[in-house]
Design a protein around this ligand. Structure first.
Ligand code: V47
Ligand code: SF4
Length: 375
């Protein structure tokens, strides 16, 4: 939607002076302040947010909505940390714990040898016995089996742990993984940067500052990455805007983030289960404000596995331009946290249908958003 059309609609709308002021800034491609971001969360009309978010989305990506063909490998759910929101972590000896050997993970990759997947996403628990050398071997051998896939692997928290264990700086650890074939970092582990809230939900693992430093280092050595926020638990809107501001600042410096992925807190089977999940309308508000605030990040992703297919489709009306991948039932993080989609898998044609039915243009992409032309 063009600025002129949005202005025409707004001219007839009953909105406050402050809403109009912010809307004008957005339409003139001016950056909004953190205070204005908090105001949008607290007070703005949801239909205004949708209109502005669609404006920003279409300025970046037109009518395109992206998806990719990928699988996840979750090497283990054994983890040295105890994040309170986590439903995935297990201890040695738990009956539903797993820790795959390299051979077992490569066997899984073999199944995809003659398919057209373009990405393997690898993240899991921080296993005390796995190390950087094992993971380097995994990536190298994986690329022998699937030479054309992009390997997006290891959250900053995993990178921090394996680099420390190998007595390497994070920069050296990242360089070694890159030399073995690592192509980019996923956005996990960011959770919420505010130190007080972080301390209450995941006090043991890498700090928010360290997460940002690791992504900055990755960008500086030529590894792009994604960023996430875990929202809808005990944080306030101010904490969300503080988190987004830090991502926006780093992106100004490096330009290395491809996509931002808001992750809704799901409350089954974890230590925060007493906190009710936020209403879906709040998720839509979150997508829209995020799209408007992060003016320098090209893509906003709704991870459909976490949100469910119907709500992921709805998010396209609130600034989302990417639905992530086909997954092929290869992730357990979210089914363990209470998401309805028990066996997350979506065919490419289902993905295309969902996008077309929302009046957008489906585009298959690779991991760095080059269009894949299947015609
Ligand atoms: O860091 C854990 C989150 C993340 C819960 O970069 C939870 O393309 C909600 O980051 N409720 C890992 N969220 C997943 C992740 C990701 C997923 C898909 C694509 C990409 C990408 C990244 O999952 C963790 C944490 O923030 N998480 N438990 C929960 N109960
Ligand atoms: Fe471990 Fe990640 Fe779960 Fe935290 S969120 S306990 S780091 S698996």
């Amino acid at each position: 939607m063009k600025a002129k059309r949005v202005k025409e609609i707004l001219d007839k709308a009953f909105i406050s002076v402050k809403e109009r002021e912010i809307a004008n800034k957005v339409l003139e491609n001016k950056r909004i302040t953190p205070e204005e971001g908090v105001f949008l969360f607290e007070e703005a009309d949801l239909s205004l947010l949708s209109l502005l978010a669609i404006f920003v989305k279409e300025k970046n990506n037109g009518k395109n909505v992206f998806y990719n063909k990928n699988i996840h490998i979750e090497p283990t759910n054994i983890c040295v940390y105890n994040c309170k929101f986590c439903s995935f972590k297990r201890r040695f000896g738990d009956e539903d714990a797993w820790d795959y050997s390299i051979e077992e993970m490569l066997e899984l990759a073999q199944k995809y040898k003659d398919t057209d997947i373009t990405e393997v996403h690898i993240t899991g628990g921080v296993h005390p016995h796995y190390n950087l050398l094992n993971y380097c071997t995994l990536i190298k051998k994986l690329k022998n089996i699937l030479p054309n896939v992009h390997v997006k692997a290891f959250t900053a928290v995993e990178i921090d742990f394996m680099s420390k264990k190998a007595r390497l700086s994070n920069e050296e650890g990242l360089k070694r993984l890159k030399n073995c074939g690592l192509d980019s970092l996923p956005g996990g582990g960011a959770e919420i940067f505010d130190p007080e809230i972080r301390q209450q939900v995941c006090d043991e693992k890498s700090t928010g500052r360290l997460w940002l430093d690791i992504h900055k280092t990755a960008h500086n050595i030529g590894l792009p990455s994604n960023a996430t926020i875990l929202y809808g638990h005990i944080e306030t809107y101010k904490h969300r805007i503080d988190h987004l501001s830090k991502i926006r600042e780093l992106q100004d410096e490096t330009g290395g983030f491809n996509a931002f992925i808001p992750l809704k807190f799901r409350n089954k089977g974890n230590k925060l289960s007493h906190i009710p999940e936020i209403p879906i309308i709040e998720d839509m508000r979150n997508f829209a404000v995020t799209r408007i605030f992060l003016d320098n990040i090209p893509h906003l992703k709704a991870y459909w596995v976490m949100l469910g297919k119907k709500y992921a489709q709805m998010s396209l009306a609130y600034g989302v331009d990417d639905l992530d991948g086909t997954i092929d039932d290869s992730t357990k993080i979210y089914s363990m946290a209470g998401v309805e989609e028990d066996s997350p898998r979506m065919t490419a044609s289902e993905m295309v249908e969902i996008i077309k039915n929302a009046n957008f243009i489906p585009v298959e992409r690779d991991s760095v958003y080059n269009e894949i032309n299947n015609q």
